[in-house]
Design a protein around this ligand. Sequence first.
Ligand code: CP3
Length: 354
Amino acid sequence: MTPTLSSRQRLLRSFTGEPLDRPAVWLMRQAGRYLSGYRAVRAQHGFWDVCKTPALSTQVALEPMALFPLDAAIVFSDILVVPDALGLSVSFSSGGGDGPRVGRPLRARADLDAWQLDDVQARLAFVPRAAAHLRAALPADRGLLGFAGAPFTLLCYTVDGGSSDDFVHTRTLLARDPGLAEAALSTLAAVAADLLCAQFDAGCDVVQLFDTWGGLLTRDDYARFALPALRAITDRVRAHTKGQGKTILFVRGGHHLLPLLGEAGVDGLSLDWRTPWREARTLHPRLTLQGNIDPVALFAGADHVRARVRALLRDMRADDDGRRCIVNLGHGILPGTPEDAVAALVDEVVRGAG
Ligand code: CP3
């Protein structure tokens, strides 16, 4: 039996391969619209104001930590801070639902030339500031995650100008002007890498790269466009943190990309709910794996959620006694998710795994 670990030890140990008393648990988008406290804050403040006011970003990041015994908090920010800081004026409709809007979509070389690279990290300084403020308010024995958008997903929003089912403009650009796409990806990677390094400097234990739209690409296109930009980020983070800063990559819809993802240079993979756990483990025996409960399972009642968690914990224990495993969802929590289902999920990990 492994002695009881603190939450932060558990999170960090899931990257060293040391034995765990149980897997750590945190949930993608754990702070957000499904929580009444978050909705109350948003009734009073704009989304960017919440991100840029440390007292507010810390308050909303701590709300799920107070409600559920989660092992780690995540900095309250957004992946679209990067295009916004490049001068592309990202906005969110107040009611939600329509998704983000990017003021100046990238369609031609002149649009890329207009990106404001001078002082871009100064315009992003509110993110590490939020991380440091949250770190100081969070109990020392809990973990802290930072994050950034993966370059290809950032390219999707900057080229199509908002959310889309198929990101036609982005994928057309890859085919018609691959040089422009690569130049934009390399700039997005450089900015995202510096942002992640700043979050480590501010006290984050681990960072996650969100490649929400990476699954739209074929293997060949992922290898050609997405992976080199990811590799630039992980190389930079590894050099900056002297190998201490751990990185997780989440690719939504990335089952077909699984054989390639070792080349991203990350320490962990966050699996989407359609990716079979054991298949990922067979392909990546040395990486930390995270996931992968369907967020929709949380709408099906506490008994269903508990059964799903037990099945996942069995899969995790089947190899290497559950080392290098983190429980999470296979995508972000959906608005409208019942809080008692989230409580059941976390409780089943905390109590059920002993
Ligand atoms: O606890 C947390 O995880 C909060 C931090 C966080 C947010 N966004 C806050 C947020 C994180 C990690 C993200 C990541 C993010 N943002 C992703 C990747 C994860 C995923 O779900 O695939 C993506 C694609 C985005 C881009 C984005 N930001 C979208 C599509 C939206 C929803 C827009 C809408 O109107 O529905 C946002 C806004 C956003 N980011 C909200 C939150 C809590 C909701 C904004 C609101 O209050 O209305």
